[in-house]
Design a protein around this ligand. Structure first.
Ligand SMILES: Cc1ncc(COP(=O)(O)O)c(C=O)c1O
Length: 392
């Protein structure tokens, strides 16, 4: 039974509630009983990358290990983790890289160490650091986050200068300015990236003033696929760079932080002090390393394929897909006069395409799963699902 039929059979027969191993993994009972990953043909318009269900994850690790035995790390040192760090040091052009248990810890430790005794840290008001890290900068690290450009994806150098000026002039008992942090691309702003020229200007000004610059590049590869700026080019303008391992690199969690030897040299102890040192991290590292292999090429192909696909889909009546200015992998989707439930169900059950479209406006994300089916088939799926879901 091929993958698509198998999925439908399980759904229709109610067996879909059996362990997730069934639809995605076949077990070779005769040979060595190792799980084998079936070829997954699902295209997802809901995610930033490939997401594995537990059984798929195990099978993928098995495949990686069979091709090239995974080496263990020991408390985040050696083995697959060391290889991953070498790879990221190379990709960023930074002399040092360390594995972090989470992006939140990478951001917080980076701005804390870079700032030293200086209390003020300037961030986008829309950033993860400002909005989504539990106020840890203020409550744990004694830093005062100063939000710039409310509601906007990025601040310009002028906006940053104004914010710095305002605080410098308006405070009698001044505390120092430590770090400026830039999230790129910006999760809360539809994945928009920060214009590279603005980054360059901000970086030059920060160097002149002696302020450090940190990049929350959790999803930086997604921006790179759409604007062609490499991680190394970005990294030139920052003191530290964090990249997530699980948003599109396939790992179950984790992050890396890259920077100079001195800054990164403080991290091992700080991770331990904050309770983040895990005994084994090789599974995340091996997954991320595997996904990184050829990722930039695949993402570039994905961006080109999406462009060609959306041009075709925009010819269909009732469909409008539009890119977002300075956008990365998120697109606006308008569907007219449809029963969205029927549309999504048809896409999923008949074509293995996951999408959460709504009647009217919604958003879709492109990721490397787009490479799993050809554009003609995806176009046919849209046409068919639109027909099935048309409101009379
Ligand atoms: C832009 C950005 N930065 C940082 C993080 C934090 O990552 P973690 O969940 O690994 O702490 C996230 C997570 O959603 C994020 O989107």
């Amino acid at each position: 039974m091929n993958y698509l039929k198998r999925r439908n059979f399980l759904k229709l027969s109610g067996l879909g509630v059996l362990p997730a191993i069934l639809p995605t993994v076949t077990v070779n009972a005769s040979a060595n009983r190792q799980p084998k990953a079936a070829v997954n043909q699902t295209v997802s318009f809901n995610d930033d990358g490939v997401f594995y269900e537990p059984a798929e994850y195990i099978a993928k690790l098995q495949e990686i290990n069979t091709a090239n035995p995974i080496e263990m790390d020991f408390y985040g040192g050696g083995g697959a983790v060391a290889k991953l760090c070498e790879k990221f040091a190379d990709l960023t052009g930074k002399p040092a890289c360390i594995y972090m248990p989470s992006g939140t810890m990478a951001n917080q430790l980076a701005i804390s160490v870079l700032s030293g005794d200086n209390a003020k840290v300037f961030v986008q008001e829309t950033s993860h650091i400002y909005r989504d890290e539990g106020d840890s900068a203020q409550t744990v690290f004694n830093k005062r986050l100063i939000p710039v450009a409310p509601g906007e994806a990025h601040f310009t150098l002028e906006q940053l200068k104004e914010a710095v000026d305002y605080h410098n002039k308006g405070e009698v008992f001044k505390s120092g300015i430590g770090t400026v942090a830039i999230e790129n691309p910006v999760r809360r702003c539809d994945g928009k990236y920060v214009p590279f020229d603005e980054i360059k200007k901000i970086s030059a000004w920060c160097s002149e003033k002696g302020y450090k610059l940190h990049m929350d590049g959790a999803r930086v590869f997604l921006a790179m696929a759409f604007n062609g700026i490499s991680l190394k080019e970005y990294s030139t303008y920052f003191d530290t760079v964090y990249v997530s391992l699980y948003k599109y690199l396939g790992a179950a969690g984790g992050a890396v932080l890259c920077g100079d030897k001195e800054t990164i040299g403080h991290m091992e102890h700080l991770i331990k002090v904050h309770g983040g040192t895990a005994f084994s991290n090789w599974s995340n590292a091996a997954m991320a390393l595997h996904t990184l292999n050829g990722l930039e090429t695949r993402l570039k192909q994905t961006a080109e394929k999406a462009d060609a696909l959306f041009k075709r889909l925009n010819q269909l009546q009732g469909v409008k897909i539009a890119s977002i200015p300075n956008g990365s992998n998120i697109f606006n989707l308008e569907l007219a006069n449809i029963d969205a439930k029927v549309f999504n169900k048809t896409m999923q059950e008949k074509y293995s395409i996951n999408i959460h479209a709504r009647n009217g406006s919604s958003q879709i994300r492109v990721n490397e799963t787009l490479l799993r089916q050809d554009n003609i088939r995806i176009e046919k799926a849209f046409a068919d699902a639109l027909k099935a879901a048309a409101k009379s």
